[in-house]
Design a protein around this ligand. Structure first.
Ligand code: WTA
Length: 647
């Protein structure tokens, strides 16, 4: 058991040598000249270095005799199975990459991927990176509208999608969304369609989809079958764009978070390796979806960078029945299992009997991500899935951070509900609005009278404040696509760190996470939740502004304000306050209509739980809706400072 605190201190005192050593474990076409350069507000890692995520995720394993090891196992919800060794996966990826080239996709081109959880989703992502194209994955549960706006913002030249796919008892006819999204599209030139079901094939033929011939249509199987199984991996600069992933912020439309080939792979490779104690025989199952960052970093890329087997299950946690997850863990001998608190809480409802029927002894480590895990769910998870002893790795991170930032390690002492301390090389803190640290120091607790003071301030817990990161880390976002101003304002202008006497080269670095947290006297971090208008429903990230604009798109609605409310299972639920246009009568039918409207505009994950019709909304004099006040009122909490309120 290494001494975590001293190793951590060393890693943040010398981040360049720390991350430089990690990067040596991976392959580079050309070594870097400098590990890190920070020029407000951009950090660039491994400058001068050349690599490619795929070079390390696939090619490296073919070179070091791992070619016949399983890279990917896929289980469908109708009992099919597909297995790919590293060699086979590389061949599939190469064929697809050659297919992309054959339709004119080149290095730097943007490709949108709108696929369900099937192997082609991963093959498409890897195929893009192999030739240096930039992928932008759009969650398959998003609506036509959401798909369209992302395709347009990223200026995608090609779209990869499926005709339809099974989802629990339903069949989702996702191609309908594609057709709708591509109407009048000026950017997409080619679409490549995977046939996942036999259901709606007649609607998906070439002639009917695009009478105006705006784009070319290809069945995936036709395009790929004629391609060569060899394709050279493109040489990329460390800071070239690997992918863009859209995520919700506190204002406006979702933003395109950009990640690199170089720093990103170093960060995700090492965080998983250390935090989940990765060994060569591991079979890792992340229950996420590639539509979200977890599906990029820890379902696909990091397991392959680490040369292990990644497992994906197509279905939901409760289909065909509520035992499916435990059945799959037994069948595939999963060793590391990574899921979200919402899933744990919803499976807790069914009690322990369904779990006891299965042999879960292959499991060695469990993980959690996406929202704070409450101690009750933590303890249940460890007792019932983790044979009362497995480490629970609660990982705090974000789309923007790319990699785990705060999490325990298998050998550190846990406190259920706390995400432990920052990972190596990550300099995190909790500060007030002036940037002054709120962490209780050890010296405070040992000074005379200090323990008394700490007790008064709520059980040796520091005050709640803003969670910030004070030094760059390798997997941090490169920028916000097409919007550098928003990048700067969102992450670097909210808080200016209080200058200390010790000025180092990072004295103007203070990345604002948007989360609130507390640090206890042992240095453990307790994540409270978002402090902006981002709502986390079942771990899915949604912005109040996006939801509001979906409501306001209905001609009967004058204004809307949306808040997140605590929910026992989903973490947060969505409540909307609606002002109707003059002459429109409130009714239950109208509530149903609006609910449908939001589902159509964003997708089923955004379904509002409550709608309340109101006459007025609290606003500042400049007309900004104060959601904070609505929320406080809704939860029966003090309303706070209302001096800027207009009415
Ligand atoms: C929240 C997901 C508490 C947090 C990887 C963050 C968490 C947001 C945790 C990012 C955790 C994520 N404990 N809260 N272990 N993990 N969050 O971008 O509010 O979808 O800011 O990335 O999820 O959500 P995102």
């Amino acid at each position: 058991m290494p001494d975590y605190d001293s190793l951590h201190k060393q890693s943040i005192d010398y981040p360049e040598s720390f991350w430089g050593n990690v990067a040596e474990e991976l392959l580079w076409f050309r070594p870097w000249d400098r590990v890190l350069e920070w020029k407000y507000p951009y950090a660039r890692w491994f400058i001068g270095g050349q690599t490619n995520i795929v070079y390390n995720a696939l090619d490296r394993h073919l070179k070091n005799n791992n070619a016949d090891k399983l890279a990917l196992i896929w289980a469908s919800q109708d009992n099919q199975e597909k297995k790919y060794t590293y060699r086979q996966l590389n061949e599939e990826v190469s064929k697809f990459a050659n297919g992309l080239k054959s339709i004119g996709i080149r290095k730097g081109d943007k490709v949108a991927i709108y696929l369900p959880r099937i192997p082609e989703q991963f093959i498409a992502m890897l195929g893009c990176l192999k030739i240096g194209a930039v992928h932008s994955v759009i969650y398959s549960g998003f609506s036509a509208e959401a798909l369209k706006s992302r395709i347009e913002d990223v200026q995608a030249k090609a779209l990869i999608c499926s005709n339809a796919y099974p989802y629990g008892k339903k069949t989702v006819e996702s191609f309908k969304n594609v057709k709708e999204a591509l109407k009048d599209s000026k950017t997409v030139k080619d679409i490549i369609v995977v046939k996942r079901t036999e259901t709606n094939i007649e609607d998906v033929d070439e002639a009917s989809v695009d009478p105006k011939k705006n784009y070319r249509f290809h069945w995936w199987s036709d395009l790929v079958s004629k391609q060569d199984t060899v394709c050279s991996t493109a040489i990329m600069d460390a800071n070239d764009i690997a992918f863009i992933l859209y995520t919700s912020g506190s204002t406006g439309k979702p933003k395109g978070v950009i990640h690199s080939h170089g720093g990103y792979q170093v960060g995700i490779y090492y965080t998983l390796k250390v935090s989940f104690d990765i060994g060569s025989e591991d079979i890792f199952w992340s229950t996420a979806d590639a539509g979200w960052i977890t599906g990029h970093s820890y379902m696909l890329y990091s397991p392959l960078l680490n040369g292990i087997t990644t497992f994906i299950y197509e279905g939901t946690p409760t289909y065909p029945d509520i035992e499916i997850w435990w059945k799959l863990i037994e069948k595939y001998k999963i060793t590391k299992f990574y899921t979200a608190p919402t899933a744990i809480r919803s499976l807790m409802k069914f009690g322990e009997e369904p779990i006891k029927k299965y042999d879960l002894s292959s499991l060695k480590i469990l993980g959690s991500v996406g929202e704070p895990i409450n101690p009750e769910a933590w303890l249940w998870y460890q007792k019932n899935i983790g044979h009362s002893e497995l480490p629970i790795i609660d990982t705090w991170w974000q789309t923007e951070t790319g990699m785990f930032m705060i999490n325990p390690l298998p050998y550190t002492k846990s406190k259920p509900g706390s995400a432990f301390k920052p990972f190596f090389g990550v300099d995190a803190d909790v500060v007030d609005e002036k940037g002054v640290s709120l962490a209780p120091t050890k010296s405070m607790s040992s000074a005379p009278g200090a323990s008394q003071r700490l007790l008064e301030s709520s059980k040796n817990m520091g005050k709640q404040g803003f969670l910030v990161i004070k030094k760059p880390w390798p997997a941090m976002l490169l920028d916000v696509f097409n919007n550098p101003q928003r990048y700067k304002e969102t992450y670097f202008e909210k808080i200016k760190i209080a200058k200390t006497k010790k000025q180092d080269s990072f004295s103007d670095f203070c990345y604002f996470t948007g989360d609130s947290a507390k640090i206890d006297e042992d240095g453990y971090f307790w994540i409270v939740g978002r402090n902006d208008d981002v709502i986390k429903v079942s771990g899915h990230r949604l912005g109040s502004a996006e939801l509001e604009s979906a409501f306001v798109a209905n001609p009967k609605v004058a204004e809307a304000a949306v808040i997140g409310k605590p929910d026992e299972v989903k973490g947060e639920s969505i409540k909307a306050f609606i002002i109707l246009k003059q002459g429109v009568e409130p009714s239950d039918e109208l509530k149903k209509e609006l609910t449908l409207q939001v589902r159509m505009q964003i997708g089923p994950i955004a379904t509002p739980d409550e709608i309340e019709f109101v006459e007025k909304l609290p606003k500042t004099r400049s007309g900004k809706i104060m959601r904070r006040i609505l929320k406080a009122q809704e939860l029966g909490q003090p309303i706070g400072d209302v001096s800027t309120l207009d009415d």
